[in-house]
Design a protein around this ligand. Structure first.
Ligand code: SF4
Ligand code: SF4
Length: 138
C-alpha cells in the first residue's frame, strides 16, 4: 500500500499575500456568509456596512488599497477561520487536473506551489489528496 499523500508535497503557503490582491474578490455563497458572520460575531447589516460589497445580490469582500479588506501584510488574513471556501481551496483549483496551462498559470502566481514537480507528478499527488478529502482546504 502506498503512503498517504501530504499537502506539503505540493503546496506550502509562502504567505506572500498575492492571492488577496486585486480589484475584486471571490464571491461568498450562503455558507461563506454565515461562517464569516459567526467568526466576526456581526449581523448581516453590520457586515454589509463594514466588510461586504453587494452587487445585484452577489456578495464579495470590500477592496481597500487594492487588496481584500481582511488582508494585511502583518497579519495575513484577519478572518482566516471564517474565510470563503474558494479562498481555502486556493491554489488547488480542480482545473489544474484537466488543463496543464491552468496549472502553469496558477503556479506562476503562487510561490507556495511546489515549483519542481511536473504537471503529471503534481496531479498524481493532488488526486490522491482529493480522494482522501474531497473538500480539501489549503
Ligand atoms: S478572505 Fe482572507 S484569504 Fe480570502 S482574499 Fe480576503 S484576506 Fe485573502
Ligand atoms: S496561496 Fe500562494 S499566492 Fe496566496 S499567500 Fe499563499 S503562497 Fe502566496
Amino acid at each position: 500500500m502506498s503512503a498517504a499523500a501530504c499537502l506539503s508535497d505540493i503546496f506550502t503557503c509562502a504567505r506572500c499575500g498575492y492571492c488577496c490582491q486585486g480589484e475584486t474578490t471571490v464571491s461568498l455563497d450562503q455558507d461563506d456568509q454565515a461562517r464569516m458572520q459567526a467568526k466576526l460575531g456581526l449581523s448581516r447589516e453590520e457586515m454589509e456596512a463594514k466588510y461586504w460589497r453587494v452587487t445585484k445580490g452577489v456578495v464579495q469582500m470590500r477592496i481597500v488599497d487594492h487588496h481584500c479588506i481582511f488582508y494585511s501584510p502583518e497579519q495575513g488574513c484577519a478572518v482566516h477561520e471564517g474565510r470563503p471556501w474558494r479562498c481555502g481551496q486556493w491554489p488547488l483549483h480542480p482545473s489544474i487536473l484537466t488543463n496543464e496551462n491552468n496549472f502553469r498559470t496558477i503556479r506562476e502566481s503562487c510561490p507556495g506551489m511546489n515549483q519542481h514537480l511536473s504537471w503529471e507528478e503534481f496531479c498524481a499527488v493532488f488526486r490522491q489528496l482529493l480522494e482522501q478529502d474531497r473538500r480539501l482546504l489549503c
